[in-house]
Design a protein around this ligand. Structure first.
Ligand SMILES: Nc1ncnc2c1ncn2[C@@H]1O[C@H](COP(=O)(O)OP(=O)(O)OP(=O)(O)O)[C@@H](O)[C@H]1O
Ligand SMILES: [Mg+2]
Length: 310
């Protein structure tokens, strides 16, 4: 916060602008990454002023660095702790990524989200990220009982797990956007995982019909932008999504949300049914992973490898 204050003060901005901006953004780097329109809207400042602030923040923070330095920065992963899936994903879900998990109703998206929420609480040497979790629930699917069962299965006190997961129950798009802003504050304060289960649900209810498409995509882009900024701060962000039917072609389903959602998440993962409690998780789209599949099962303990299961 002090960093943003000093930065704006040195450039001669009036106190009222500084107050508003430092309430929303905690570092100059963060300021350099926000679209000026979002800065103008969220802080109530003029669009031209917002653009100038973002430009100045970029001047101060954007640098070119050798790729070897990037390569040497160790990657930190949130593991599924399911061998088949972690291998498929090259170690797990990297910090700073926005991950989409989509699939048919009842396939296990919520179970997967809860599973990841519990894993994130584990210390890093056990495959977690050792931090708090924000769970934004738009469908009423958050289950403390399931969290408790999965925590127990990992040798964790259920109470200690539940204390470290903050849940926001939202039903409208505007409430979702408020929850995401709060989630970003939590990430700044050390939260390591933000889950939105599911992202599209409130949009489906409020923005139905073709006439509302433009408004819907604008609000959806705002939600994704907020999640992208939480990811830039180092969190893993996981969104779940339903499917829309697609006839013909190799890919039988595609995720809902259209092109706005299409390019934001990386990787995009699909869950499909196999026999009984078996499921198949596949990498549908990723900037760094080849397409592939992993078999797993959903049990009382959460997601598990099928090897050794009856
Ligand atoms: N305690 C449990 N033990 C074993 N399996 C469970 C348990 N609880 C739920 N499941 C499995 O999880 C499935 C439901 O998964 P989940 O609710 O995650 O689906 P979803 O993809 O989120 O569906 P929706 O799109 O309707 O939200 C159930 O069919 C069941 O097989
Ligand atoms: Mg669900």
């Amino acid at each position: 916060m002090a960093e943003v204050r000093e930065f704006l003060k040195a450039r001669g901005y009036p106190d009222w602008i500084i107050e508003r901006i430092q309430a929303c953004f905690s570092s100059v780097r963060e300021l350099s990454m926000v679209p000026p329109g979002v800065l103008a809207e969220s802080c109530g400042v003029d669009a031209k002023v917002a653009r100038e602030i973002v430009r100045q923040a970029a001047e101060a923070t954007v640098s070119l660095r050798p790729a070897i330095e990037v390569a040497r920065t160790p990657k930190k992963y949130l593991k599924f702790l399911v061998k088949s899936i972690d291998e498929l994903l090259g170690g797990g879900l990297p910090r700073g990524s926005l991950v989409e998990i989509y699939g048919e109703p009842g396939v296990g998206k919520t179970q997967t989200a809860l599973h990841l929420a519990v894993n994130a609480l584990l210390p890093t040497d056990e495959g977690g990220l050792g931090g708090r979790v924000v769970y934004v629930d738009t469908e009423g699917g958050f289950s403390p009982d399931r969290v408790a069962a999965m925590a127990r299965a990992r040798g964790m006190e259920p109470e200690s797990a539940l204390e470290r997961i903050s849940v926001a129950e939202v039903r409208t798009v505007e409430a979702l956007l408020v929850a995401l802003t709060r989630a970003r504050d939590e990430v700044r304060a050390g939260a390591v995982l933000v889950v939105v289960d599911s992202l599209l649900s409130p949009f489906r209810q409020e923005y139905s019909g073709l006439g509302m498409l433009a408004a819907r995509q604008q609000r959806l882009a705002a939600a994704l932008g907020e999640l992208g900024r939480a990811a830039d701060l180092g969190a893993v962000c996981v969104i779940t999504n339903h499917v829309i039917g697609k006839t013909g072609g190799l890919q039988r389903y595609s995720p809902a949300g259209g092109y706005v959602l299409g390019h934001a998440p990386d990787p995009v993962l699909l869950i499909r049914r196999s026999v009984r409690n078996r499921r198949i998780l596949s990498v549908v789209d990723s900037s760094h992973l080849p397409p592939g599949e992993a078999l797993f099962a959903i049990t009382e303990a959460g997601l598990v490898d099928v090897e050794g299961l009856a």
